[in-house]
Design a protein around this ligand. Sequence first.
Ligand code: HEC
Ligand code: HEC
Ligand code: HEC
Ligand code: HEC
Ligand code: HEC
Ligand code: HEC
Ligand code: HEC
Ligand code: HEC
Ligand code: HEC
Ligand code: HEC
Length: 493
Amino acid sequence: MPLPRKNQKQIAQKYAENRGYFRRLHSFRQARRLVALVCVMISVAVAWFYLHNGRSSPRLEAFSSSGEISQAHSQFAKDCRQCHDPVEKLDLLKPAVASASIDANCENCHTRHTFHQADVVVDHSCTACHHEHLGPGPMQPVADRNCAACHGDADIMAASAQKGRHLPATDFQVKFRDNLLVAFQPPRPPLGYTQVFQSFEGDHPAFQIQAEHLTDPNTLKFDHKIHLSGDIPEVEGRKLDCAYCHKPDSRGAYMQPISFAKNCQACHALQIDPTLSDFQIPHPTAGSSANSVRDFLLTLPTQYATYAAEKKGLTSSAQIAAFVNRHMLVIRRRVRQGADLEKEVFYADDRNIDLGGVSSMPMRERALFPGCAYCHEVRTSAAQTPVVTKPITPDRWYVHARFDHSAHITMTCESCHAPVKGSPLYSATSPNVLQSEKTSDINLPDKASCVICHSAQGGVVSTCATCHDYHNPAPVRDLAGISVPRQTAPGEK
Ligand code: HEC
Ligand code: HEC
Ligand code: HEC
Ligand code: HEC
Ligand code: HEC
Ligand code: HEC
Ligand code: HEC
Ligand code: HEC
Ligand code: HEC
Ligand code: HEC
């Protein structure tokens, strides 16, 4: 049986004290309305900010910016438009800033940062590696996971290797801007540098120079072992140690190029006349060729005459002529039967020569200088003249990485370049410059000797960015930040 229904009157009595009941909402519905109202108010407020304050208003910034801009960008921290595109029309569905176009805006100011390697398959956004709004200090260092995003991903690296195969080798070759520095040129591996790895101390590849036993093609003849054996007497009161020949550049990061005048001449003077120690062939300087030496030899009598006047103070022409004749005879006696002076000077490379001034033995008939071929590769041109192959000594060896000697100043040179057995830096592929007899040896420390310190156990920073530039793509590497231009020796033009 149905419940007896209340009649109209009974109902009316129930609400007698409460006539406006129908205008009242259930508490849930009430809350819904309130939320809607607040939303509308916020929207109006946002619209008001947009319409009345413009995009660069400080009030909008306070309202929507996520944090303070870094020191590097502080000068335009208030000018959001430098990095974010303005939202053209008021659209409440879109965020106040459009982040998709940030990269293009970064590149308005930072040109040449776009690419890393020619065979990169998916561009990595600037903002993945460089974060803003994290406070007023310097920007945060780039985290290794950003490098591992590609270098640790087998698919990405395989795709890059594939793409790289169809690109010209010159897209990857490392050269330095303005040819101020010479880069060692390791052969490009068939798949490029696309090995997959996660960390430096772990599976980072062994350095190519050691892994592939690369050699230095420089034609300059030089034997570290002989020079460092300790047998060589002091020159000008100085012991022959690394620092005699290798001087740090102005930043202390790399070593300056070797110079004949500064590093060899004191012992290997180009003295052709055994009786005159300061009458020397001028060694060609940067840019000049062996022809300057040929010219000198062809005009030898004139050179002697000038010497007689300037160095010996002879004034009468008879005296000068006598001086020239006397010394031309000395020179003729030096030249072997059947040879001419030019050939003697260029091609002779007698290793048993007495380096008189250096050793304590008395100066003999023969001059100190054996011939250009003692140090150089000398070939014969089509015109039958001798040509000295220009020696090319690389200024940078690990051209895919960065190094700084000054950060390692507390270590001895030998600890890296000739670690002894038992040293923590010693391993099977360690160099030993003290035992190196050939120029072709590349006496550089291997990966194991870096890991000793640059690892979690070693406790020294070992992020990828410690040793690598990201924005320094081949073919032309910028010098900025990684080196200083090659310095010219005094007297060089
Ligand atoms: C130097 C460039 C730069 C300037 C100037 C700048 N931003 Fe940003 N902003 C960024 C970058 C980069 C991001 C991406 C987040 C990150 O860095 O991780 C970002 C993210 C944001 C976000 C987060 C929204 C999103 O899409 O991720 C807001 C909001 C924002 N910026 C607002 C502002 C406002 C407002 C201003 C002006 C006061 C401003 N920004 C100025 C670089 C800048
Ligand atoms: C209006 C020009 C401009 C824009 C846009 C700009 N930058 Fe910069 N950026 C600078 C200037 C100027 C410096 C400081 C350079 C210096 O100190 O030598 C700088 C420095 C940097 C540095 C070095 C920071 C440091 O702490 O040494 C990084 C990284 C950088 N910007 C990344 C970015 C990124 C990423 C973007 C885009 C979100 C961006 N920049 C947008 C002008 C700009
Ligand atoms: C995969 C990570 C990565 C990406 C993506 C990236 N950078 Fe960098 N960026 C670096 C590293 C690493 C450095 C070197 C920082 C250091 O010196 O330790 C750097 C340095 C910089 C510097 C300061 C030094 C210099 O070379 O002048 C600027 C400016 C810069 N990046 C801008 C950009 C811009 C603009 C983009 C986007 C087009 C971008 N970066 C994308 C990793 C990255
Ligand atoms: C978008 C993908 C990608 C990211 C991110 C990336 N790399 Fe690479 N990188 C490559 C590819 C692809 C190659 C191989 C180039 C080749 O074929 O020789 C490469 C090569 C290199 C090389 C060796 C070749 C050379 O010329 O120097 C170094 C070093 C390197 N990357 C360092 C870094 C560092 C450091 C980072 C992080 C700051 C980084 N990479 C982030 C894709 C990437
Ligand atoms: C008498 C001068 C002289 C002295 C002393 C000398 N070097 Fe050298 N060094 C050279 C010349 C010249 C070259 C370039 C020719 C070559 O590659 O062998 C060179 C090249 C190098 C290189 C480049 C890579 C290589 O092996 O070719 C390294 C590293 C090096 N020397 C380290 C040292 C260290 C460490 C010492 C001290 C233990 C030292 N050198 C002492 C003249 C010298
Ligand atoms: C302190 C004096 C001194 C300096 C400086 C010096 N050398 Fe020597 N060099 C010698 C002596 C002494 C010998 C002979 C050693 C021997 O035959 O036992 C020699 C030998 C050589 C040899 C012949 C080695 C061999 O294979 O028999 C060459 C090549 C050479 N030096 C090149 C150079 C070059 C290049 C420089 C400058 C980078 C240089 N030297 C600097 C003293 C020096
Ligand atoms: C004791 C070793 C030695 C002897 C002997 C020697 N040179 Fe050199 N030569 C060097 C060294 C080291 C360099 C590279 C450094 C420099 O240019 O100062 C060089 C560089 C050169 C260059 C290249 C200059 C440039 O950079 O463009 C020429 C050309 C040259 N020598 C010619 C000669 C001739 C010709 C002779 C004989 C008259 C000679 N050299 C004798 C050691 C020697
Ligand atoms: C922490 C290990 C370490 C120590 C210590 C060290 N070197 Fe090096 N050296 C290197 C590395 C790595 C390179 C390769 C740099 C490059 O890419 O050209 C190098 C390169 C060189 C070169 C070739 C030219 C150049 O600058 O690249 C010479 C010469 C040299 N070192 C001499 C010295 C001398 C002299 C000392 C002592 C004052 C010394 N090194 C101490 C690691 C070291
Ligand atoms: C005995 C410990 C030790 C060894 C071995 C060592 N390093 Fe370092 N390295 C350091 C220290 C300490 C610093 C300074 C770190 C800092 O500034 O926080 C440093 C800094 C660096 C830097 C950064 C320089 C800069 O300021 O930009 C590079 C690049 C570097 N080392 C490369 C190498 C390489 C490559 C090797 C191996 C050939 C190597 N190191 C071996 C201790 C070592
Ligand atoms: C302590 C210094 C150091 C650190 C840290 C370091 N590298 Fe290297 N890396 C080197 C040197 C040195 C080479 C040899 C460069 C050359 O041969 O020109 C190299 C070579 C490479 C190569 C070329 C590999 C090849 O086959 O020759 C790549 C790619 C590379 N590094 C990426 C990275 C990445 C990504 C990280 C971070 C996980 C990293 N490196 C950390 C010093 C370092």
